[in-house]
Design a protein around this ligand. Structure first.
Ligand code: KIV
Ligand code: ZN
Length: 387
C-alpha cells in the first residue's frame, strides 16, 4: 500500500440514498455497486443494514457480488445494529463494519443526555463488538467537526487501541473551514498514540459549500481516505463529490496524492446515478454538469477556439464527457458564429460574417440559445439574397 494513495470510500448508496426521492431498491443498488467497483472505488458503503429489511437485503446481496472493492455496512454504537451489520456482510470477500457515535458536546448532551466519559466507553465497546465479526472496522466520531480536539484525540486513541483500523472524522454539519478541518486532522496525527495503526478518513458535508475543499485539506494534512458520493448527493446540501476530489488530485499532481479511480468513467457514472436515483445534476456542477465544458461568452469562445487551454483546465474526454460546446447566445462573438456555421457546412468570409452577425444578434436577443436550425435558416436566407 503506497503512502500517498487516497482511498475512495463511496457512500452514494448510504448517505447519498438518504436524499428524499433517491431511495433505491436492491436491484438498483446492485447495478450501481457494480458500476462503482468498475469505476475503481476502494470501499462501497452499501447501506445501513438495521434500518430496514430492504437495506439488509441490499447489503447482503452486494456483499455476495462485489469481489474487488470492500463492502461496508453502517451501524450505530448499538450491539444489535452491529450484529445485524455483521450478518449482512457475512458473505463479503472484504467486509467492513462502520460503527460510531456522536462526540461533540451538542450530540453528547442533546442526543444522548450523556457525558464525555460514558460516550468514550460506548465508542470502545462498539469497536470491540464489531471486531467479533471482522478485523476491518471503521469508527466514526459523528460531528467531529464541532468536537473539541483534545477530547476527539482521546476518543480516536481509544478506538484504535480497541481495534479500529479506520477512523472517520466527519464534519457532519459542514461547519468547518478548510484550514480548521486540516488542522483537526494534523492535531490528531500529532497527538494520538499509534495513529499510524489506522487510516484517518474525511467525511465532509456541504452545508457551506466547503465539502470538497475540506476533504482536500484533510488529505493534505495526512488523512488517507475520503468519503464521498457521485454528484455530491447526501443529507441536506450533500457530501463531498467523488468526481471533484478525484479531479482535484489529478489536476494538482504536485500534491503527490492519487486515487485508483478511472476518471474516464466519471461522466457516465454521474449519468447512471442521476437516472437511477431520478435526481438531475445541476448544469453548472463541476466535472459532470451539462455546462462544465460549454463556452458561451464571446471573449471565452474566441480564446477557446484559438487554444482550448485558455478556458479549459480539463479536456472533456479525460472525464468521459461529450466534446466541449460552443453555445450561441446574445453574448457570443463572431468567431463562435463562424465556427458554428463551418460545422454546419457553411463557409463564410469575414464580410459575410459581419452581416450575418447582426442577423444572428437579432435572433439571439429573442431566443435563449440559437440552435443549429435557427443558424441554417439565417444562412439560407443570406445565401439566397446574395446569389
Ligand atoms: O455525516 C456523518 O457524520 C455520517 C456518519 C454516519 C458517518 O454520515
Ligand atoms: Zn454523512
Amino acid at each position: 500500500m503506497a503512502d500517498n494513495q487516497i482511498f475512495i470510500f463511496d457512500t452514494t448508496l448510504r448517505d447519498g440514498e438518504q436524499v428524499p426521492g433517491c431511495k433505491l431498491n436492491t436491484k438498483e443498488k446492485i447495478e450501481l455497486a457494480l458500476a462503482l467497483e468498475s469505476l475503481g472505488v476502494d470501499i462501497i458503503e452499501a447501506g445501513f443494514p438495521i434500518s430496514s429489511p430492504g437495506d439488509f437485503e441490499s447489503v447482503s446481496e452486494i456483499s455476495k457480488i462485489i469481489k474487488n472493492a470492500t463492502v461496508c455496512g453502517l451501524s450505530r454504537a448499538v450491539q444489535k445494529d452491529i450484529e445485524v451489520a455483521g450478518d449482512a456482510l457475512k458473505h463479503a470477500t472484504r467486509g467492513r463494519i462502520h460503527t460510531g457515535i456522536g462526540t461533540s458536546d451538542s450530540h453528547i448532551k442533546s442526543k444522548f443526555n450523556s457525558n464525555r466519559e460514558e460516550i468514550l466507553l460506548r465508542a470502545v465497546q462498539a469497536v470491540k463488538w464489531a471486531r467479533n465479526y471482522t478485523d476491518n472496522v471503521e469508527f466514526y466520531a459523528e460531528d467531529a467537526g464541532r468536537t473539541d480536539n483534545e477530547y476527539l484525540a482521546r476518543v480516536v486513541e481509544a478506538v484504535i487501541a480497541a481495534g479500529a483500523t479506520t477512523v472517520n472524522i466527519p464534519d457532519t454539519t459542514g461547519y468547518c473551514l478548510p484550514h480548521q478541518y486540516g488542522e483537526k486532522i494534523a492535531y490528531l496525527i500529532n497527538h494520538v498514540k499509534d495513529v499510524d495503526k489506522a487510516v484517518l478518513s474525511c467525511h465532509c458535508h456541504n452545508d457551506l459549500g466547503l465539502a470538497t475543499a475540506n476533504s482536500i485539506a484533510g488529505a493534505f494534512a495526512g488523512a488517507r481516505q475520503i468519503e464521498c458520493t457521485i454528484n455530491g448527493l447526501g443529507e441536506r446540501a450533500g457530501n463531498t463529490a467523488l468526481e471533484e476530489v478525484v479531479m482535484v488530485l489529478r489536476q494538482h499532481a504536485d500534491l503527490g496524492l492519487y486515487t485508483n479511480i478511472d476518471q474516464t468513467q466519471l461522466n457516465p457514472m454521474s449519468k447512471l446515478v442521476s437516472d437511477t436515483m431520478r435526481m438531475p445534476v445541476q448544469p453548472n456542477k463541476a466535472i459532470v454538469g451539462a455546462n462544465a465544458f460549454s463556452h458561451s461568452s464571446g471573449i471565452h469562445q474566441d480564446g477557446f477556439l484559438k487554444d482550448a487551454q485558455t478556458y479549459e483546465i480539463i479536456r472533456p474526454e479525460e472525464v468521459g464527457a461529450e466534446t466541449s460546446k460552443i453555445v450561441l447566445t446574445a453574448r457570443s462573438g463572431r468567431s463562435a458564429l463562424a465556427y458554428r456555421f463551418k460545422n454546419l457546412g457553411f463557409e463564410f468570409n469575414r464580410n459575410d460574417i459581419d452581416v450575418l452577425y447582426d442577423r444572428f444578434l437579432q435572433a439571439a436577443d429573442s431566443l435563449k440559445e440559437v440552435q443549429d436550425g435557427d443558424l441554417k435558416k439565417i444562412a439560407h436566407q443570406y445565401t439566397e439574397q446574395t446569389n
